[in-house]
Design a protein around this ligand. Sequence first.
Ligand code: ADP
Length: 513
Amino acid sequence: MTFHQQLLADLVEFAPDAMLIVDASGQILYANQRVTHVFGYEREDIVNRSVDLLLPDRLRTRHAHHRRNFAQDPRTRPMGAGFELLGRRMDGSEFPLEISLSPLRDGLAAAAIRDVTDRKRVEQELIHAREAADQAREEADRANLSKSRFLATASHDLRQPLQALSMLHGTLCRVDMHPNGREVLAQQGLAIDAMKRLLSALLDISKLESGAVNPQPSQFPVRQLFELLSTEFSTAARSKGLALVVEQTDLSTCTDQSLLEQLLRNLISNAIKYTRAGTVTLRATPLGSGMQIEICDTGVGIPADQQAYIFDEFFQVGVARNTTREGYGLGLAIVQRIAKLLGLRIHVQSEVGKGSTFTLQLPRAEAVKSDCPVDTPASGNHLTRHAQSGKILVTEDEPSVLRATRLLLELEGYQVIPASSREEALLRGREHPDIDLLVSDYHLKEDQTGLNVISGVREQLARNIPAILVTGDTSSAMRKLPADRQLRLASKPVDAEELLTLIGELLNTHRAT
Ligand code: ADP
């Protein structure tokens, strides 16, 4: 045997797979060393015997069939493609195997046989793991869906009684009362405010989760938003002795303005809340072809190991679940949902005792000139309000809210014409053509909206009567409203003071013109 022949013989003899040479009748002519390892037979026990020896009894007919197929069309290929092949060891145990066949001369065939027990086991484990993961995901999705539904229903149903409560509270505050009673009322007011904040956070979350919020991107200068936020938060910062620094910027962005506003509002309010001394800074800087907005504070900071969790619902650093402190652990959950909805990246950098920086990456837009003046919130000049007069048509389909609103407005000196539907509002409009103002809930029964009520009564009386639309919808949805200087929005749950201020403003400007 030449060196090369020896090498070739060794290649077969010591191959990692069991190798057999079988003739057309299925008789084994050669077996390599590995056959012993795989099947447990000594070579002498199988050479010159039928290959059936290595198969479970029940599969022998099928194997003969495979063999005939191969003899008719001899080419290199896996045996029994698509079938699970099984082998039988000397001790009778069965195991999965793979066989590759190659035709040799004179109708002989070489078979390379591999025990795939381990591979099959791993495959099975993978399948089970995948099934378990799918099942867990389905369960989580189901749980999440029912949580969202519960959240949406509960917070929606809580809104009406809270609104009534708030109105009744506002009314009581206007009644002459013993100082002790005033103190109780003041505490009640704080509790109602806290409840309103929680409810509106829950509503925000459930709205964002339900997919009902559709971002409406537009281009706008960031300065416009910064000015708004600066006005809104300056008092809160000042009362804690903090400097609120809002850096000048000429950058413009393109995203949904009111959702971005809501996102930044949560971050700034946190920065102020978690800073005892120093500065809260709001700045926008270019970043590549985009831009970033940073909210930096010199506050308590967030431990590195907690930073991964702060965006979770109800998570508060250092506060066990079910215990309370200021806030509910929902602010950053809202921030994250809005960022996801707007496709913005948010990032936090923080060091305990030094402060935190929340960074938001946004697209940059060509500079836009803002023609419209910045919409600053109405100044609450309720102290200057004097005894009121005027006839107000209030349309509200929830009786408790209608009663509470009526009480509040009547106590303030207004004459109230109540209506619980669009039809009733039109009827009352005919009876009282001298109505000065309309207040209507947005969502009414039978698919009617407050907008229908307002336009219907205005049309009927052929006058552009000033009107207030009370709504729980997000401001971005409400942006679609037609521009109307005589129409104002009040968001639910309405604050008594806010409603009275709006009414006062609308009536005064209307009378002045
Ligand atoms: P909370 O209502 O408690 O403020 P958030 O979801 O807004 O809830 O924030 C979650 C937690 O992250 C907070 O309880 C607070 O511990 C931490 N956190 C958020 N913002 C800051 C910040 N600017 N500085 C320090 N800690 C912060």
